[in-house]
Design a protein around this ligand. Structure first.
Ligand SMILES: NC(=O)c1ccc[n+]([C@@H]2O[C@H](COP(=O)([O-])OP(=O)(O)OC[C@H]3O[C@@H](n4cnc5c(N)ncnc54)[C@H](O)[C@@H]3O)[C@@H](O)[C@H]2O)c1
Length: 345
């Protein structure tokens, strides 16, 4: 199908020299797949999909379809080994192509298998969850989990294209929307502007555009990419403190409200800007209060384990200049702000 035959959609280019690629966003954009396969020159394609077979269009070349399962439990090295064995049995070469179709766990693990097989074979992502569309499938970070922790083994491997087909979201369970909206709400404070009231595909487009611009400036996470962790320091601590009963998007949402309050307590922003954090998070129907249970001291202990915490407690915090990574935030202030946060009963 030619691009012009598609319903209107938006294309954002991630410009990274010879690793540049388009992210197409809109209803039906998965139908660009055969054109992308033809343009790649691949003679064979392996499709690894957590969605039903009919979710992925015909590729136009000899294709092996592998069934995957979304979820952290399958985001492992042994899944990657299984995939690579199947690629080898199918005689996939370095000039062929892998296609992932699924949530962020599937795009992460298939992306990692593609990065490793023959030291790198091209991959196209078809993200099917809102979180995978606004975040996981764009930017080239791929990884799997170890029993010791999440995303401990991975590689940077930029895809050849990303097809964020909003039609996939029609079947997304209600609770999964929270994870995506947590990341969209965070974008408000990292330079994407006010996305409230925009149609969903425009919210996805603006979030992808913001992520793309950050990745273009800092592909390998040595600086600006920290901004993507806005709200995540407390968010990750809340996920762990609640044994993951609190979902990622919920943690990021409460973490975003907290980041606004902490920035105000440190004199970096005024009360109105701090209140905007709560308004934006509430707008997306996300939680704004701490869950019952974890104490401020427990949360501080978990936040000290954050990967950004190389110098005391570290947070990405707003300021008149925009958001910045702030190290050595005094524990006393963090505890006071946590104590003052509303709690869910
Ligand atoms: N690489 C990155 O830069 C990056 C960034 C953010 C998150 N991530 C990773 O993304 C993962 C989380 O992604 P996720 O939230 O998509 O989780 P997921 O892959 O587990 O999917 C969440 C759930 O939604 C279901 N689902 C997905 N699409 C569906 C659809 N269209 N219809 C019905 N059900 C559907 C899945 O089966 C699963 O139950 C984490 O492992 C995280 O580490 C990676």
């Amino acid at each position: 199908m030619s691009e012009t035959a598609l319903r209107p959609h938006r294309t954002i280019r991630v410009e990274l020299g010879d690793r540049s690629y388009p992210v197409h966003i809109g209803a039906g954009v998965r139908n660009l797949l055969p054109e992308i396969v033809a343009g790649s020159g691949a003679k064979r394609v392996v499709v690894v999909s957590a969605r039903p077979r009919e979710s992925v269009p015909e590729t136009g070349v000899e294709t092996l379809f592998l069934t995957a399962r979304d979820g952290e439990q399958d985001k492992t090295l042994s899944t990657v080994e299984d995939m690579c064995r199947r690629f080898a049995d199918f005689h996939l070469t370095r000039s062929d192509l892998v296609v992932s179709c699924g949530g962020g766990t599937t795009t992460d693990s298939v992306g990692f298998a593609a990065a490793l097989f023959h030291r790198g074979v091209a991959v196209v992502h078809l993200p099917t969850s809102l979180l995978a569309q606004v975040d996981a499938s764009v930017g080239g970070k791929t990884a799997v989990n170890l029993p010791q922790g999440k995303n401990l083994v991975g590689a940077y491997w930029q895809p050849k294209a990303v097809l964020c087909d909003t039609d996939f979201l029609q079947t997304l369970p209600r609770e999964e929307w929270t994870n995506g909206f947590g990341e969209i709400a965070r974008c408000h404070f990292i330079g994407a502007g006010d996305l409230r009231g925009l149609p969903l595909h425009e919210q996805i487009g603006a979030s992808v555009a913001r992520k793309a611009s950050i990745v273009m400036a800092d592909e390998r996470d040595t600086g600006l990419r920290h901004l993507l962790n806005y709200g995540h320091t407390l968010g990750h601590a809340l996920e762990r403190a609640t044994d993951f009963a609190m979902r990622h998007g919920e943690g990021v949402a409460v973490g975003t409200v907290f980041a606004g309050r902490l920035a105000a307590a440190l004199g970096r922003i005024d009360e109105a800007r701090s209140a905007e954090h709560l308004e934006v998070v509430a707008h997306y129907g996300l939680p704004t209060a701490l869950p019952a249970g974890p104490t401020p001291a427990e949360l501080v202990a978990l936040m000290r384990l954050d990967k950004k915490a190389t110098d005391g407690l570290s947070f990405v915090l707003d300021s008149a200049r925009g958001p910045e990574l702030v190290h050595a935030v005094p524990e006393r202030v963090v505890l006071e702000v946590l104590e003052a946060m509303p709690r869910r009963l």
